[in-house]
Design a protein around this ligand. Structure first.
Ligand SMILES: [Zn+2]
Length: 394
């Protein structure tokens, strides 16, 4: 049994006491297999779809289940306890599911999707110490997720939409551990000298960042479609899902290589980060990154930007793009957090700043930020980006 299996089963036993109903772990492979489920005579919960981690579960009663929400590898990591499962039940009575967190506490307000409709918030009772959360699910069938599902197929559809707008084709930068393509699209000409790099979803659960990035890129693609002259001097590389394996497998943080991709910039030990590096290394002569924005999620809306190390030109970019706009978007207040580069920390922000001497920011969206306001602010910020690049060049 691997370290992860031992960890999971010890945790499950700890969390559930003697109630563990699942079969004993196999001595050779992981105890947790994709498509696992727990079933009683009245109901079932299952983890057999993309985005759902293969969580250990237990039947506590006919309509009462427990799910152990665990990271893909042992802590320490930045806890982002992601969960996703579907359920089916007979009769009219609700189903109770208790999420038991191992290595983290309750973070994401559960979303319920019933009958293919839109996701709605689901009432939740959280334990005092935050290590468990109990959900009462309406009878019938539905899907419960920590945040809205934005899966590799959704990113592919986005890329095709942006491509169609500007008349280019999506392409693959490389492959993930599991063999998924690291998909990208370029707005503007291949030889346009100014390159803006947009990265998304290094961290799988950070869906609000993905929501902002989609609206941001939608707006940029429209700008490039309406004004072909823009693409003569500026191009944008959009990589919406740098960690497709983690997204598909419902990881909390890491890729399939058990590495936090946003600590791998510089070392480039992972195929996903390396694919971006190799693409940058092969840029035509005269093309150079001028800005990088990396979309994430955290407790509240903020931008991590360069601190004292920002050059005068970089400060002009910041002043034009973000400064003074912190409270100007309805429902989307944000803060600007200057952080001095910490060489060797391996974040995309620090690597792009250190290597190219450009503004390289982390665009953090609050977990619970209003989605419509997030999208509206992102579109306005996209509109301001080109102006800020012009200011920086002066
Ligand atoms: Zn993140």
């Amino acid at each position: 049994m691997g370290i992860r299996s031992r960890y999971l089963w010890a945790g499950l036993a700890m969390a559930l006491g003697a109630c563990v109903q699942a079969p004993p772990p196999s001595p050779v492979s992981s105890a947790v297999s994709p498509g696992s489920e727990c079933r009683s005579i009245a109901a079932l919960i299952a983890f057999d779809f993309e985005g759902a981690p293969a969580s250990p579960c237990a039947v506590l009663g006919e309509r009462d289940f427990a799910v152990l929400v665990t990271p893909e590898h042992a802590p320490p990591i930045n806890p982002s306890p992601w969960y996703a499962f579907r359920y089916e039940s007979a009769g009219d009575a609700p189903v109770t599911v208790t999420l038991r967190y191992l290595g983290g506490t309750h973070r994401y307000a559960p979303k319920l999707i019933k009958d293919g409709g839109a996701a709605s918030d689901l009432p939740v009772t959280i334990s005092k110490d935050g290590t468990s959360a109990t959900l009462r699910l309406p009878a019938g069938r539905g899907t419960v997720t920590a945040q809205e599902l934005v899966l590799p197929g959704d990113a592919s559809a986005d890329l095709r939409r942006w491509s169609a707008l500007v008349g280019t084709v999506p392409f693959s930068l490389g492959q993930s551990h599991d063999g998924r393509p690291i998909e990208a699209v370029r707005l503007g000409r291949v030889d346009a000298p100014r390159l803006v790099v947009l990265l998304g979803r290094q961290h799988p659960p950070e869906v609000t960042g993905a929501i902002a990035m989609r609206a941001f890129a939608d707006h940029l693609a429209l700008m490039f479609a309406r004004d072909p002259a823009l693409g003569q001097h500026t191009q944008v590389l959009i990589v919406p899902q740098l960690n497709p394996d983690g997204v598909a497998r419902g990881h909390w943080r890491a890729n399939r290589g058990a590495v936090d991709l946003n600590r791998d910039w510089g070392e480039f030990t992972q195929p996903e980060t390396r694919s971006v590096k190799l693409w940058l290394d092969a840029l035509p002569q005269g093309v150079r990154p001028v800005a990088m924005i990396d979309f994430h999620s955290t407790a509240r809306n903020l931008f991590y930007v360069q601190g004292d190390e920002a050059s005068a030109a970089q400060q002009r970019f910041l002043a034009s793009w973000l400064t003074g706009r912190e409270n100007t978007f309805a429902g989307y207040d944000f803060t600007i957090e200057p952080r001095n580069a910490n060489p060797g920390s391996g974040t995309a922000k620090n690597w792009f700043h250190a290597v190219y001497a450009i503004p390289a920011y982390t665009y953090e969206v609050g977990d619970a930020s209003d989605r419509a306001a997030t999208r509206a602010a992102a579109a306005e910020l996209a509109a301001g980006l080109i102006t800020a690049l012009d200011q920086m060049a002066q």
